[in-house]
Design a protein around this ligand. Structure first.
Ligand SMILES: [Zn+2]
Length: 447
């Protein structure tokens, strides 16, 4: 049974269009985008609908670290934060993971994201033994929240370049690729891809074996994600261990193409940026987390000038807001380059940037999302014309207002596959999700 959704304005590949009706089939796909008679046909379902933003990089369990780790010790860094994260990962049960993940996913839906690529590495039981429970907990949480999930089980083999894993990493580790492939197979009907954690954690020899194994299990074009060049120390260690910079090394080891997603790539050299753009990979940028962890700023303006594709991710999930990710992406360029409107075009800032990130996100999750068009899923976010940054703005300027002055608070409703999961800023299962999250934090001793 199909149904229709009517909006005063929608952002389609053709631009901002007025008075449109979307027909959505029972699978949640858009089957028609039609002119609408306007207000005389009854009330609209909303003011201005945008394609929902795919979240191209998430570690849902890290949501539980919100509000912790801000104590200056004189040398706090990514690496000391990582120790705090390992402490959390050591103790979390499947039930606790489900509760924390559902909180993160509901917040994503309230913050402009409608699908998520979950870079999942908290695999094994608390005692280190194998079982599918942790992956299943993530899948159940996505179902409860109503977000479109793409699972990216992570292959994590070693603690650093030629270094064994530490005890604190034991829940993440698969020494044998066959064991990892068994996990990948167990994920079942949920769309999946692969995620070698990083070149620190997976050798280039293992990477080749991983691809051969995954090619036999997953449909052609399945997404491949890897953390890369996030920290200067990581780049230095890579050069020391292998003689090459990380992105150069990856390109030597595998054939990069549009199915590859390089997460962060913060410290890519000019030559590596060109290599990435030529290979048609997606740069997955997580500006809020990169700022939170003190990683640095990706050369986004240069990468777009080279024709590169970008997506955004909420990564550590400390702050979950697609609008704020894009604002910080733009403002990072302004602060670095000393000029304004760095990622803008003649259409302004908001429309082209939202569109670029949504399309790049669609490539990163390998799903028919990221555009409002026939054949795509009806994954939508609807802006609230009464939200203070948008009040009085014409639709053509709404996204510039949103990107510079708004946030997820400016979103009134969210749809996934044509089904409304957020209404009036409130997630459909808010009460249950919040109660379970609060008790999980209490059990973990971090409330
Ligand atoms: Zn990450």
């Amino acid at each position: 049974m199909s149904h229709s959704l009517r909006f005063q304005h929608i952002l389609t590949p053709r631009g901002m269009e007025r008075h449109k009706r979307l027909v959505v089939d029972k699978q949640g796909l858009i089957t028609a985008v039609e002119d609408d008679a306007g207000p005389h046909a009854g009330p609209f379902d909303g003011w201005l609908a945008l394609p929902g933003m795919p979240n191209a990089h998430s570690h849902c369990f890290q949501r539980a670290l919100v509000g912790h780790g801000e104590c200056a010790s004189g040398s706090d860094s990514f690496w000391s934060w990582r120790e705090a994260m390992y402490g959390l990962a050591r103790d979390m049960s499947p039930e606790q993971l489900r509760a924390v993940a559902a909180r993160a996913y509901a917040d994503m839906l309230r913050g402009g994201f409608t699908s998520v690529a979950e870079f999942h590495y908290l695999h094994h039981r608390v005692d280190g033994s194998r079982g599918p429970e942790m992956a299943q907990a993530v899948i159940e949480a996505a179902g409860e929240a109503g977000i479109r999930l793409v699972m990216l089980p992570v292959l994590y083999q070693q603690g650093g370049f030629d270094q064994p894993a530490s005890v604190r990493q034991q829940r993440f580790i698969h020494q044998r690729i066959d064991d990892y492939l068994t996990l990948l197979e167990s994920i079942g009907p949920v769309p999946a891809g692969i995620a070698p954690h990083s070149l620190r954690a997976v050798s280039t020899t293992a990477l080749v074996g991983l691809l051969a194994g995954a090619d036999a299990l997953l449909p052609a074009g399945y997404p491949k994600h890897i953390h890369i060049a996030e920290q200067l120390r990581e780049v230095e260690e890579c050069v020391e261990a292998t003689g090459a910079r990380p992105i150069e090394l990856l390109a030597q080891a595998v054939k990069l193409d549009a199915s590859w997603n390089l997460v962060h790539a913060t410290h890519a050299s000019d030559a590596e940026l060109a290599l990435m753009a030529d290979a048609d990979v997606t740069a997955v940028l997580c500006p809020l987390t990169e700022a939170y962890l003190g990683d640095g700023i990706f050369s986004a303006r240069e990468y777009l000038r080279l024709g590169g594709r970008i997506a955004i991710g909420s990564d550590s999930n400390v702050r979950i807001d697609a609008v704020e990710e894009l604002r910080l992406l733009e403002y990072g360029q302004r602060l670095t380059l000393g000029r304004r409107a760095c990622l803008a075009t003649s259409e302004g800032l908001g429309i082209p940037l939202w569109r670029l990130a949504a399309l790049g996100g669609a490539a990163a999750v390998a799903q028919d999302v990221g555009e409002i068009r026939v054949g795509a899923y009806a994954d939508l976010v609807v802006l609230d014309p009464a939200a203070s940054p948008l009040a009085g703005l014409p639709a053509a300027n709404a996204l510039d207002g949103l990107l510079t002055a708004g946030s997820g608070e400016s979103i009134s409703a969210t749809y996934v596959g044509g089904r409304r999961v957020v209404n009036g800023r409130c997630h459909q299962s808010e009460t249950e999700i919040q109660a379970a999250y609060a008790s999980a934090l209490q059990e973990l001793g971090i409330s």
